[in-house]
Write a protein that binds this ligand. Sequence first.
Ligand code: 9MR
Ligand code: 9MR
Length: 574
Amino acid sequence: MTKQVIWVMAAIMAAIILVSCHGRSRLKANDGSETILINQVGYRPDASKIALVRTDDTIFSIIDVTTGNSLFKGGCGEKMYWSYSGDSVRKADFSALNTPGNYRVTTGDNNESSYAFSIYRGIYTNLAKAVAKAFYYNRCSFDIDNESGTIWARKSGHPDTAVIVHSSAASDEHPEGSIISSPGGWYDAGDYNKYVVNSSITVYTMLLAYQLYPEYCRSLKTDIPESDNDIPDIADEILYNLKWMLTMQDQNDGGVYHKLTNKHFNAFEMPEVSTEPRYVVMKSTAATLDFAAVMAMASRVFRDEEVKELRDLASTCRRAALSAMEWATRNPNVIFRNPEDISTGEYGDTNLSDELFWAKAELAATTGNSLLLTKADFNNVTFRTPSWSDVGMLGIYSLALSENDNYSPEISLARTILKEETDKLIAKYNESAYNVSIDYFHWGSNSDVANQGMMKLVSHKLSDDDRYRISAQADLDYILGRNATGYCFVTGIGSLSPMHIHHRLSGADGVEKPLPGFLVGGPNLDVLNDCMPPVPRSPFPAKSYTDSECSYSTNEIAINWNAPLLFITVALEN
Ligand code: 9MR
Ligand code: 9MR
């Protein structure tokens, strides 16, 4: 036999084996061609449960994975086109099935089958744990030991105890080239730098989860070195970054350095060999206002804790917030731009009205001092789904959730705005073929979905309106696989999840599996040439994703993307 004949026969054999695999009649091509899209983790018994079917079948079944029995049959909804994915889907609603178990969705004569998923109470505990623990894996200046880090144990790097003051950050007390100490905190993303703007929304989001779902957050064990102390693990994790943030404030004037960074993005190497000099760069108004906001929030959340360390920290944070606000009042428009010799992430933002509003709202909610915020402060701010550059809505959350007689009119205005914006999302969700509110796809689109879910859940907390919870569940479903790519977008979770994330720690550690619990940025069309030579990508924004290490615009991970996922996971488990 010639070589070619042997190859052809081997290919036919492989195809036969694949086709005969029980319960999975199609080879999953990992190219967005899955015919049944499903949340690959699963649901609580009382949740709404909807899969999306891409075939023309009008009937679907839910099959018990262990027995092969069909437990539920339903009709698929009407075929609906989604312009963002360029395809049509039908909804398969099996919300009525609430018996705990492990299942698949099948259609037709069971010739199409989804990935497996489960139904039970506590379904999201593993997910919440993984998503929270991802922050631990991204700790800077920290040894990830065998006990907590398992196969991802690694040496510490970037001690950041001798950080150089960049010329852009020079002051009389800290001239260019002088040294400050700023250890700890999380690496921002796939890179090894630390940015105050992005840290702020991240920490706020985690603090809000901790504040709104205290019992669950206190009970969640993430197996970190601090797990045995008397502070809940999520709070310990938050503290790791909060304490770093405090070191980014110049004690002489209250201003906050925008970032702590290498001059340029470094290679995909482990932290301990990544020894280029580190700099603090320029104080900025955005960083200082965001810092003021998150410090005010931290102070409010921790001041009533039993543990004295947390109460003391609350006082420190309050002072830090107030002095930051004073700096920002004196320097209202210091816009950050990368200095010529620095090329790492910019987190540049020219519109600071939302940052100012957020800081005022947090300080008002924390101090109750009636002079800090008026209704006029709401003017000129566009309130919408939050992102690192758009933080006005975070101030709305805090005000809407607070009670203070000094601020009754502002609080009720905040509640109105929150309801209006959430209802807009619900209207979009009701119209959407893919059962989501998202109708824009940018770098980090998955975090926009998660942040929309978070907005719905904050609204649910205030109103108990079940439409909000159901729609937030749909956002989590999207992230966990019910999207146009068919990927569960969280590493280590689900049946098809990213393996080649743009993450220096995962790329350089020699371990095949990426670090678990990270949400990738997700599909968008913002940058199509991050991979060279280019990797083929769909022209449709909701499908334009590639599980390739080079694709920083679709397959990087970031702390501000994980945080809202943690929030919705924790909230939906409650
Ligand atoms: O690794 C960097 C990632 O964290 C950033 O989000 C991204 C965009 O700023 O840039 C990545 O670094 C790339 C750099 O921009 C261009 N040269 C290749 C670098 C690694 O892929
Ligand atoms: O998340 C950021 C995204 O909104 C921007 O479009 C993009 C380009 O400016 O930068 C993203 O943030 C990256 C940061 O600049 C550097 N660390 C990695 C971040 C995630 O890709």
